[in-house]
Design a protein around this ligand. Structure first.
Ligand code: AMP
Length: 542
């Protein structure tokens, strides 16, 4: 047929080849685990990614097979983003903050063939390795000089730079189907085991286009982008891909995410935009305020993963002239759904009104549709007042979890987010509550059911309910509410000590409150919303 346009698949490797050809000179700067700063260009990134793609082929990694990474934000991790996905395999980013048992579950469930790790995580991976069968080899993301003298991984341990040096950079990215998988990220389920979300090449490229737009993250070639949000947490919100698409300088922070380290990096590398969770920005603002300093180059920051308070928006905008872009997303959306940027007429509103708008999580990106529904599934009006279950659908919304026997989570083609929200007449969504029983502490999930399960192992516990309580530093922390067995003399400290070694250290509740009973609903479930109403401010008042 005449007049049809070319058919080119939307694949992840095309982002890298674009960056190499059109922005080859652009810089990528990384603070390394080794303690120094590494600098190179997109041209060098592309060459090394191709060498690594050849290395993966030598290791026998087949298209569609999963390759795990346990790593900070840095250039080697970036190389794997493209080497793995570009060659048709699936990049599986692992969250090092999880407990050993959970990591083992995830690696085994994903059947990772190889696991790459930063040296920081050698002890962690050595604890996980005896619990899993799937990885054939482990690769330390360092050079020969920094390889461990001894490791229980023995001859299954390889050196990243050896693999790079041993392989050629001649590699043609295969023409993979744009609907095939490129990466995998697990999210803590509200109940049961973590669930994997498998992203496709197509969904990733479409997300990249949309998230880079001016009313979204507003990224361009003259930007220097600092992704503080981890590359193991939903692809650093897509910034590694976006930077390639627009040709921006990339600045990777490595493991040091404290205020001082971030501020120095922002100033040294003249960062113009960044992205992260509120907890990290609190540390940065506290450091900058203590110094009496400000930002010389940073113009905007994307804040999401948890609600951004008006106080934080004011601090960035009024004291430092850094615009805040409040964003909402989730693992099942890879992750961005909405971003709060003004419509034209809102730009001239008085500041208090603007701050009110910015407390909202924002407008849908093109590619994502949303609605709020009431108890019978009926759509609620966009009046900024009617709160209901937030449902989404679109090009980058999961329709099923990876290798799961469960029914699709979709309801009439919409994904239920587990968030409660309102939408106003201009399309601005605001999260008002959460129906899922999870705790989000410093941007990372804690499973309330996992905490309750441990508590139930203690002989003195009759009923245990774990809820999210607001916290001044971590946004939320787990609070454990317990009904004791009739004759039990159980004390709070004793029960808290019981969690040591049974869950990741930061999952342990900060406090136990003993209660006489907990409210139970008609279907026999604990009414956690009532408990949240009663105890949700516990950590703000003690
Ligand atoms: P994750 O899958 O770990 O990215 O977490 C997604 C969840 O984090 C959402 O469903 C919300 O509950 C929460 N979340 C993300 N962004 C925000 C935000 N800006 N404000 C409030 N909650 C948020």
């Amino acid at each position: 047929m005449q007049g049809l346009m070319m058919q080119q698949p939307l694949v992840v490797a095309s982002l890298l080849t674009h960056a190499e050809r059109h922005h080859g000179e652009q810089l990528i700067v990384s603070r390394r685990v080794e303690g120094d700063v590494h600098r190179y260009t997109y041209r060098q990134l592309a060459k090394r990614a191709r060498r690594m793609a050849n290395a993966l082929a030598t290791l026998g990694v087949q298209p569609g097979e999963r390759v795990g990474t346990l790593a900070w934000n840095g250039y080697r991790h970036m190389e794997l983003y493209f080497a793995v996905s570009g060659s048709g395999s699936v990049l599986h980013t692992l969250n090092p903050r999880l407990h050993v048992d959970q990591l083992a579950y995830i690696i085994e469930h994903a059947q990772d063939r190889v696991v790459f790790f930063d040296m920081t995580f050698l002890p962690l991976i050595e604890s996980v390795a005896p619990l899993v069968r799937s990885p054939k080899v482990y690769v330390a993301m360092t050079d020969r000089a920094n390889m461990p003298q001894e490791s229980s991984l023995a001859d299954r341990l390889l050196c990243y730079e050896d693999l790079i040096n041993l392989h050629d950079d001649a590699f043609d990215w295969p023409l993979v189907d744009e609907n095939s998988a490129c990466s995998l990220c697990y999210t803590s389920g509200t109940t049961g085991n973590p669930k994997g979300v498998l992203y496709s090449h197509r969904s990733t490229v479409l997300h990249t286009y949309a998230a880079a737009l001016p009313d979204a993250m507003n990224c361009c070639a003259s930007d220097a982008i600092l992704p503080v949000v981890p590359m193991f947490h939903v692809n650093a919100w897509g910034l590694p891909y976006i930077a390639c698409m627009v040709g921006a300088k990339l600045v990777f922070p490595g493991p040091a995410l404290d205020g001082k380290s971030l501020y120095e990096l922002i100033e040294e590398e003249q960062v113009t935009m960044s992205a992260g969770v509120p907890t990290v920005w609190q540390g940065l603002l506290a450091h900058v305020d203590a110094l009496g300093a400000t930002f010389s180059s940073m113009r905007r920051t994307v804040i999401g993963g948890a609600a951004c308070s008006t106080a934080m928006t004011e601090a960035f905008q009024n004291c430092h002239r850094v615009d805040v872009l409040h964003a909402w997303g989730m693992t099942e959306l890879s992750p961005i759904g909405t971003i709060c940027s003004f419509k034209g007429f809102q730009r001239s509103l008085p500041m208090p009104q603007q701050l009110e708008i910015q407390a909202k999580q924002g407008r849908s990106l093109y590619g994502i549709d949303m609605k709020v529904v009431g108890p019978q599934g009926e759509e609620l009006p966009w009046d900024g007042k009617s709160a209901g279950d937030l449902m989404v659908r679109g090009h980058w919304v999961a329709q099923q979890y990876f290798a799961s026997d469960d029914a699709s989570p979709l309801r009439d083609g919409w994904f239920p987010t587990g968030d409660i929200a309102t939408i106003d007449g201009y399309g601005f969504m605001q999260i008002t509550d959460r129906s899922k029983d999870v705790i989000k502490s410093g941007g990372e999930w804690i499973s309330s059911s996992a905490i309750e399960n441990v508590a139930y192992l203690h002989p003195g516990v009759s009923t245990a309910v774990c809820i999210a309580a607001r916290h001044p530093k971590w946004d939320e922390r787990p609070l454990l509410l317990v009904v004791k067995k009739p004759d039990s003399k159980l004390a709070g400290d004793e029960l808290l000590a019981y969690f040591d070694g049974r869950v990741a250290r930061w999952w342990k509740p900060d406090a136990v409150v003993f209660v006489d009973s907990v409210p139970i609903g008609a279907t026999g479930k604990v009414l956690k919303n009532q408990l949240r109403e009663r105890f949700g401010s516990y950590y703000l008042t003690v």
